[in-house]
Design a protein around this ligand. Structure first.
Ligand code: ZN
Length: 159
């Protein structure tokens, strides 16, 4: 089995296919605090991301989705490194990954991206970059919504 249209080294291909076939943190949360649905119509990818955020920290996260191996593997990898991170820290991971997907070699050498580094070869295929970024688009939206909710709560409480 290979990933259509994308030529990657076989090691990276294996990591991607492993996440695609055995997605981590796939499912739903009973007590999520935010939920985002993202689509990439160009490829037909869909991701529903749920997070439980407490005190500015991502306590738990789950996703459901369908689409190409790159989009689904990327969101699976993302969920494995975001648990127990602060929203600021999660956004830092998102911008680092985005830099890598736009060809930044320094970001590609950053070990803190862990399995996500397997996607660096995808940066050479602009059409597929959107697939790889879809989970992070969902993350950014979820973080924005969480911050907005907090602000509104603060305002209604007169803080
Ligand atoms: Zn895709």
């Amino acid at each position: 089995m290979s990933i259509p249209d994308v030529q990657l080294s076989s090691l990276y291909q294996q990591v991607i296919l492993d996440h695609y076939k055995k997605p981590r943190n796939r499912g739903t949360l009973e007590d999520g605090t935010v939920e985002v649905h993202m689509r990439n119509p160009a490829c037909g990818d869909e991701i529903r991301l749920q997070m439980k955020v407490e005190d500015g920290t991502i306590r738990e996260l789950r996703f459901l989705g369908e689409g190409c191996a790159i989009s689904q593997a990327s969101v699976s990898m993302m969920t494995t490194i975001l648990k127990d991170r602060s929203l600021d820290n999660a956004m830092a991971v998102a911008s680092r990954f985005t830099e890598m997907m736009h060809g930044d070699t320094e970001a590609a050498a950053d070990r803190s991206l862990k399995d996500l580094r397997a996607l660096q070869g995808v940066s050479k295929f602009p059409v597929r970059v959107k697939c790889a970024l879809l989970g992070f688009d969902a993350l950014q939206e979820a973080v924005e919504q969480t911050r907005l909710d907090r602000k509104e709560e603060g305002e209604s409480a007169g803080v």
